[in-house]
Design a protein around this ligand. Structure first.
Ligand code: TRP
Length: 436
């Protein structure tokens, strides 16, 4: 018997946990900072509620309809060469999780650095990420926590832990937002956040918003197929999908409201890019009354967010091996996790000992990020949407209402999204990505 979520909200919790991650809290605020603030945010939200929502539902429907992990889902719905797109998803997990776990390790390390009070020192971040021994250690701890949760199973691992961690995350985030919004000078950040300047919008802005939307919702590698396969068929699908999209965008906005106003209040640069979180924020916390506590809470929150996402990456591989080869969960999750840990080592060293080792002009870290974000995820997402829109439509459309039966009126709009609009936009991400 296939495992199923223990509660009716199981899918929402686990899927939102997967979606909400470093993408929301670390990446989204700096992308908004770099791409003109409110205009970027509006475009992002528009994309996530139309396209993101449609692709999420496509994955979820494939999973629930087939009750299988990605490769078998494609095979049981059609077969032929289609399972290749499931295979791409499994492969992508081996590309994303190694570097994601390295960054997860940084966030862990920064809890410790914030307790010690050295996070704000000049050059601290550079010194930390170039220290191979230390970053590999934290990468190992992060990966071990990921393996621990996944090896405990769908109900007792993923569902149980995500429920606890996601709640903790929301509480921490709201606390931090209140603290930051009370800072004198925070208004400037809020203004930056809420007054769109569309003159700054270029093709690049839309492109950035689009790939961020996919990454943030964990789309394109079958996470949602796998999590959807643990759903029973009682309820219509759309409500759960909408809740996941809603939670994901709420966390991104809240994270932006923590980070950008704080940066403005202390006159720092919102365009600092990826270092915004690790360099600018400790500076902000150091200047803020009670900042040490809030600094520790912030990096704790970031670790928690990363962990509920990393488990979804390992789960795709674990579920695949379980389904395809009847292997048991414990050795499979440990084995796959260990391999990903090893693949993460060169990523961890990309900022230190191996910073000169490059392939196609990129370090391992950058290469894994590039390969997944610009090639593998878009390819997977294109396969999934095209498949749902053209190949498995008659079966998948039945899934929308589940046991309630009937087909909702908006199904043809959804089909248009899956069959035409999503594949074309994704193709555009890929071409721009490879050309750029
Ligand atoms: N969505 C997560 C984030 O925002 C990252 C993530 C987890 C992911 N699983 C994924 C991205 C699968 C793409 C595919 O941090």
């Amino acid at each position: 018997m296939r495992a199923h979520w223990r509660t009716r909200t199981g899918f929402i919790i686990a899927a939102a946990g997967s979606a909400v991650g470093l993408g929301n809290i670390w990446r989204f605020p700096y992308m908004a900072g770099e791409n003109g603030g409110a205009a970027f945010i509006l475009i992002y939200l528009a994309l996530i509620f139309t396209l993101g929502f449609s692709v999420l539902m496509a994955e979820q429907a494939m999973g629930r309809a087939s009750q299988h992990s990605p490769v078998r889902a494609f095979r049981s719905l059609k077969g032929g060469f289609w399972p290749v797109f499931g295979m791409i998803g499994v492969l992508t997990a081996f590309v994303i999780l190694p570097f994601y776990s390295v960054v997860g390790g940084w966030t862990l390390g920064y809890i410790w650095k914030s307790i010690e009070g050295v996070a704000r020192e000049k050059g601290a971040f550079g010194a930390f990420i170039s220290d191979g021994g230390l970053t590999i250690l934290f990468h190992a701890i992060f990966m071990a926590m990921t393996i621990w949760i996944v090896h405990s199973g769908v109900r007792n691992g993923i569902e149980k832990w995500t429920r606890v961690l996601l709640t903790l995350l929301l509480v921490l985030l709201i606390l931090l937002a209140i603290r930051v919004l009370l800072l004198p000078g925070a208004e400037k950040g809020i203004e930056f956040f809420f007054s769109p300047d569309f003159s700054k919008v270029t093709e690049d802005t839309i492109h950035a918003a689009l790939s961020q939307a996919f990454f943030s919702l964990s789309l394109g590698m079958g996470v949602m197929i796998t999590y959807g396969s643990y759903m029973s068929r009682e309820k219509p699908l759309a409500g759960d999908a909408a809740s996941v999209v809603g939670l994901d965008s709420m966390v991104a906005i809240l994270a932006g409201l923590v980070i950008l106003p704080a940066v403005f209040a202390f006159g720092l640069d919102p365009k600092a890019g990826p270092s915004l979180t690790f360099i600018t924020l400790p500076e902000v916390f150091a200047q803020m009354p009670g900042g040490k506590i809030f600094g520790v809470l912030f990096f704790l929150m970031l670790t928690v967010a990363a962990l509920t996402s990393s488990i979804s990456l390992l789960e795709v591989v674990t579920a695949h091996l379980e389904d395809e080869y009847q292997l048991s969960r414990v050795p499979t999750s440990i084995g796959a996790g260990l391999l990903m840990f090893l693949l993460g080592i060169p990523c961890a060293l990309s900022f230190g000992a191996m910073s000169d080792v490059t392939l196609f002009g990129m370090t391992f870290f950058d290469l894994m990020d590039y390969l997944s974000g610009k090639i593998l995820l878009p390819l997977g997402a294109m396969g999934i949407t095209f498949f749902v829109g053209w190949v498995a439509w008659s079966r998948v459309v039945q899934e929308l209402n589940g046991e309630q039966g009937g087909i909702p009126g908006w199904a043809s709009l959804w089909r248009l999204m899956c069959a035409v609009i999503a594949p074309l936009l994704i193709l555009w991400i890929m071409f721009e990505g490879i050309a750029g």
